[in-house]
Design a protein around this ligand. Structure first.
Ligand code: CMP
Length: 140
C-alpha cells in the first residue's frame, strides 16, 4: 500500500528568488497537508549525507555545494498516494523535460537548481523526513 507521506525541500534557488510562498500554495492547492516544516540551511557535509545515494555520480560534489549555498525549506507532506502524486506535481528532474504547469516547469532554473526535491519512494520519504525532523517535532 502506498504511504500517505512524502518529503520535500524548497531548494536555495527557489528560496532566494522568493518563490517559497507560491510553491507552498501550489502544494496545498494540490491537496497536500503540511505536517512538519522548517526553514534551515544545510552544511556541505549534511548535504553530502542527505544525497549519499548519489555519491558516485559526477554531479554529486556540485550538488552538495549548491544545496548548502543558501537557506531551504524542508517539509513533510501528507496526502493519499503522496510520493507519486507529489512527483507528478513537481515534474521531471530536468525542468527542460518537465510538463507544463508543474512546479519545476514554472520555477526551476536548471537540472541542479530545480526548485524542489521530492522523495522517490515511501522508504526514502521516511528516511528523508527523519533526517530533518525528530519525532518530537512532528506534533500534527
Ligand atoms: P533531486 O530530486 O533533489 O534529487 C537529486 C538531485 O540531483 C536532483 O534533484 C538534481 O538537483 C540533481 N541532479 C540530478 N541529475 C543531475 C545532473 N545530471 N546534473 C546535475 N544535477 C543533477
Amino acid at each position: 500500500m502506498a504511504s500517505n507521506r512524502t518529503f520535500t525541500m524548497i531548494k536555495p534557488d527557489a528560496f532566494e528568488a522568493g518563490n517559497s510562498g507560491a510553491i507552498l500554495k501550489m502544494i496545498e492547492e494540490a491537496g497536500f497537508k503540511i505536517v512538519a516544516m522548517k526553514a534551515t540551511q544545510l552544511t556541505q557535509e549534511m548535504a553530502g549525507k542527505f544525497y549519499e545515494v548519489h555519491k558516485e555520480r559526477p554531479f554529486y560534489a556540485d550538488l552538495c555545494k549548491y544545496m548548502s549555498s543558501g537557506p531551504i525549506i524542508a517539509a513533510i507532506l501528507e496526502k493519499d498516494n503522496a510520493v507519486e502524486d507529489f512527483r507528478a506535481l513537481i515534474g521531471a528532474t530536468n525542468p527542460a523535460n518537465a510538463a507544463e504547469g508543474t512546479i519545476r516547469k514554472i520555477f526551476a532554473k536548471s537540472i541542479e537548481a530545480n526548485a524542489v526535491h521530492g522523495s522517490d519512494s515511501d522508504e526514502n520519504a521516511a528516511i528523508e523526513g527523519n533526517f530533518y525532523f525528530s519525532q518530537f517535532e512532528r506534533v500534527i
